[in-house]
Design a protein around this ligand. Structure first.
Ligand SMILES: O=C(CO)[C@@H](O)[C@H](O)[C@H](O)[C@H](O)COP(=O)(O)O
Ligand SMILES: [Zn+2]
Length: 193
């Protein structure tokens, strides 16, 4: 494989996926922005979770809220749930890895908060448990998924928001997820709080 051709092909795939999915995704992204801004306006906080690259995306997003995105404002409350390594290792060791996010949602989540769950497959057990814990605790839910939405999609309630990237490859889905997260940052900064 010619490396330059490979790079060019990946750039084109990524750009084409973004262009071909914007019309389908924009309404749900706008709705999610309103839900997140309303939660923050009402004194709520955002709990964010994902595995692997999606954990990095969760932390990237929480950093942009706690710090800043593109405009000056006070820090906003957001917690990336994989970030506390002592809690993650203790809960995984004592209860199993699938409980790592759910346990924190149960402990930290309050009605009016929002869980932002990120999973390209929609099938990661820890994400499914976190979703159930959020629903039980009265949190709003925004889920970033891909493929067919996996086992997560049918668990969503009507008020929950799924933003599903219409692609099969994890990396391409993640590349759209990060664009979605930046749009959410901008909407949070733009919408009344
Ligand atoms: O970043 C990547 C692949 O691009 C990987 O680290 C990937 O995030 C991991 O395999 C995750 O465990 C996948 O989980 P999920 O998106 O299916 O929930
Ligand atoms: Zn990756």
């Amino acid at each position: 494989m010619d490396p330059i051709a490979l790079v060019a092909a990946r750039f084109r795939e990524s750009a084409q996926l973004k262009l071909s999915s914007v019309d389908a995704l924009a309404p749900a992204i706008a709705r999610a922005g309103s839900v997140l801004a309303a939660s923050l306006r009402g004194g709520g906080k955002l709990l964010v979770c994902g595995n692997g690259g999606s954990a990095a995306d969760a932390q990237h997003f929480s950093a942009e809220l706690l710090g800043r995105y593109e405009r000056e404002r006070a820090g906003l409350p957001a917690i990336a749930l994989h970030g506390d390594s002592s809690t993650v290792t203790a809960v995984a060791n004592d209860y199993g890895y699938e409980h790592v996010f759910a346990r924190q949602v149960q402990a930290l989540g309050r009605p009016g908060d929002v869980l932002l769950a990120i999973s390209t497959s929609g099938n990661s057990p820890g994400i499914l448990r976190a979703l159930e814990a959020a629903q039980q605790a009265g949190l709003g839910v925004v889920a970033l998924t891909g493929r067919d939405g996996g086992a997560l999609a049918p668990l969503l309630r009507p008020a929950d928001i799924e933003i599903r990237v219409p692609a099969q490859i994890t990396a391409r889905i993640q590349e759209v997820h990060i664009l979605i997260l930046h749009c959410l940052c901008e909407l949070i900064d733009e919408l009344p709080r």
